[in-house]
Design a protein around this ligand. Structure first.
Ligand SMILES: Cc1cc2nc3c(=O)[nH]c(=O)nc-3n(C[C@H](O)[C@H](O)[C@H](O)COP(=O)(O)O)c2cc1C
Ligand code: SF4
Ligand code: SF4
Length: 437
C-alpha cells in the first residue's frame, strides 16, 4: 500500500489533505470532527488582532454557480476572518493540538500591516504549540478595504516586509498565502521568498459577483438590496489555481519553494494534479463545505489506489513530475499532428459535434452521409481543435488520434515529420527571420 504520509516544511501529517482556513476550521468542534474523519491537517480560520472581533453581515454571505445537474461548481463568499474572540480561538487551538499530536495545525493570521501588530500576535500563537502560521494576504473583501488581506498581497514590497517581520519574531514555519487577484502571481511569490518565507500557499479566493437579481436590480448575495464583490472558489477556480501553482513551480526565482496547493480540490485526482505540478500538499474548503468532512476518506483511498496502480510508493515519487512539461506556447511542437475520431458504436447521433464544428470551428464533421444521419470527421478539414470532444455528451466517444511520422496530413497534404519544430524557428515568425539574418 502506498505511503501517503506528508512532510511539508517540517510539518508532518498522515496525509497531504489539509482543510483550508475557512468555516470548516472555525472552532474546536469542527476541527476535532475533521481530524476524526481523517483530515491530515487544518489551517485554523484566520485570527485577527486582540480586541473586539470583526462583525459579519446577518444576511446571505454565500452565492453559487451550479451545473445543469445542480452540482455546485463555484462558491462566492463575503465572510470576513473569524468573528470569535482571539483568546477563545487560542485556547481551543492549544487544547486541540494537545489531543491530536499527529495532525498538522496551522494558525492563519491577518493583522494590520504594522510591525507592532505582528510582533504582538506571534508569541500568543506560538503559545498554542501550533505547527506553523499562514499569513492571510488574500482575503479580497471587507478586510482589504481596511488595508489587510489582498491589500497587502497585491503589493510585493508589503509581502516581503511582513514575511520578514514574521521570520524575525517567530520560530514557527511561515506559509505565505497568496491572492490570485494580481496580474502576475510570481511577483508576490518572489517577494515572499525574498522575505524568507518557508512556503507559499495558493490560491485564496477570486474577486467575483455571482449574479444579479433581476427584480431587485441587486448583485447577489444581496444584503437589504445591496451587494458587494466576494471571493470565488470551488471546482470552477481549479484551472486558475493550477496555472498559478505551475507558474511559481517553474519560475527560476522561486524554483523549489514549497507550495501548498489550494483551489477547487474535490477529489483525489485534483490533489494528484496539484502535487504533480509541484505542490507539497493540498488544502480544501469548498468540497468540505459541500459534501462534509468525510469526503476526505474518498480522497485518501483514491490517492492510495492510484499510487499503487502506478507503482508510486511515496508522494515524492510523483511530486513535481509535470513541472518540466509546462512550457510557453512558442516551444510547442508544430510538427505534432492529430485528428478527431468518432467511435460510431458509442455515438448517440445527437449532432452536437457537427453543430459546434460547422458553426464555430472548421466544418469538419458530417451530419448526413448518403441521406442517413451520420457523424464522421472529415480529415481534410480537421485542425484537431478539440471542440467536438469538449461538447460531446458521451465520454470517450470522440478521441484525438495522433498521426505517426510518415503518414499524410490530409488537410495540408504534407508528410508528418518526426522532427520537433516550434514557433521560434518557424518561417512565418518575423522574429525568427530577424534572428536568422
Ligand atoms: C466561506 C469562506 C470563508 C473563507 N475564509 C477564509 C479565511 O478566513 N482565511 C483564508 O485565508 N481563506 C479563507 N477562505 C478561502 C479558502 O481558505 C480557500 O483559499 C478558497 O476557498 C479556495 O479553496 P476551495 O476552492 O477548496 O474552496 C474562505 C473561503 C470561504 C468559502
Ligand atoms: S477537432 Fe475541431 S476541427 Fe476537428 S472535427 Fe473536432 S471540432 Fe472540428
Ligand atoms: S456529439 Fe458525440 S454523440 Fe453527439 S453526434 Fe457527435 S460524436 Fe455522436
Amino acid at each position: 500500500m502506498a505511503d501517503i504520509r506528508n512532510n511539508f516544511v517540517g510539518i508532518k501529517s498522515p496525509n497531504p489533505f489539509w482543510l483550508a482556513s475557512a468555516p470548516p476550521t472555525d472552532k474546536a468542534y469542527n476541527v476535532e470532527r475533521a481530524y476524526a474523519a481523517g483530515w491530515g491537517g487544518v489551517v485554523w480560520k484566520t485570527l485577527g488582532e486582540e480586541g473586539p472581533p470583526v462583525v459579519n453581515v446577518n444576511g446571505p454571505r454565500y452565492g453559487a454557480i451550479w451545473g445543469a445537474d445542480r452540482r455546485l461548481l463555484g462558491l462566492n463568499n463575503i465572510e470576513l476572518i473569524t468573528d470569535r474572540p482571539l483568546q477563545i480561538n487560542l485556547q481551543e487551538m492549544k487544547a486541540v493540538k494537545k489531543k491530536w499530536r499527529d495532525r498538522a495545525l496551522i494558525a492563519s493570521i491577518m493583522v494590520p500591516c504594522e510591525e507592532e501588530a505582528w510582533k504582538a500576535i506571534l508569541p500568543l500563537v506560538e503559545e498554542t504549540e501550533a505547527d506553523g502560521i499562514e499569513l492571510n494576504f488574500g482575503c479580497p473583501h471587507g478586510m482589504s478595504e481596511r488595508g489587510m488581506g489582498a491589500a497587502v498581497g497585491q503589493v510585493p514590497e508589503y509581502v516581503e516586509m511582513v514575511v520578514r517581520w514574521c521570520k524575525q519574531y517567530t520560530r514557527m514555519p511561515v506559509i505565505t498565502k497568496l491572492t490570485p487577484n494580481v496580474t502576475d502571481v510570481r511577483r508576490p511569490a518572489r517577494a515572499a521568498k525574498n522575505g524568507g518565507t518557508d512556503a507559499v500557499s495558493l490560491i485564496n479566493t477570486i474577486n467575483s459577483i455571482t449574479g444579479v437579481d433581476l427584480d431587485t436590480c441587486s448583485p447577489t448575495p444581496s444584503i437589504d438590496g445591496k451587494g458587494t464583490h466576494g471571493g470565488y472558489c470551488g471546482p470552477a477556480v481549479k484551472p486558475i489555481a493550477l496555472n498559478m501553482v505551475a507558474e511559481i513551480a517553474r519560475d527560476p526565482e522561486t524554483y523549489g519553494l514549497p507550495i501548498s496547493g489550494i483551489g477547487g480540490v474535490t477529489t483525489w485526482r485534483d490533489a494528484a494534479e496539484f502535487l504533480m505540478l509541484g505542490a507539497g500538499n493540498v488544502q480544501v474548503c469548498t468540497a468540505a463545505m459541500t459534501y462534509g468532512f468525510k469526503i476526505v476518506q474518498e480522497m485518501i483511498t483514491g490517492l492510495e489506489a492510484w499510487m499503487d496502480e502506478k507503482g508510486y510508493a511515496t508522494l515524492d515519487d510523483f511530486r513535481g513530475k509535470a513541472v518540466p512539461n509546462v512550457t510557453d506556447w512558442q516551444y510547442l511542437n508544430l510538427n505534432y499532428i492529430a485528428k478527431a475520431h468518432i467511435d460510431q458504436d458509442a455515438c448517440i447521433k445527437c449532432g452536437r459535434c457537427h453543430i459546434a464544428c460547422e458553426d464555430t470551428s472548421h466544418q469538419a464533421i458530417t451530419n448526413m452521409v448518403n441521406g442517413v444521419r451520420h457523424f464522421e470527421v472529415i480529415e481534410e478539414e480537421c485542425v484537431a481543435c478539440n471542440l467536438c470532444i469538449d461538447v460531446c455528451p458521451v465520454e470517450n466517444c470522440i478521441t484525438m488520434v495522433e498521426k505517426q511520422p510518415g503518414e499524410i496530413d490530409k488537410r495540408t497534404g504534407k508528410v508528418v515529420s518526426a522532427d520537433y519544430a516550434n514557433w521560434t524557428t518557424h518561417p512565418n515568425n518575423p522574429m525568427a527571420k530577424v534572428a536568422a539574418e
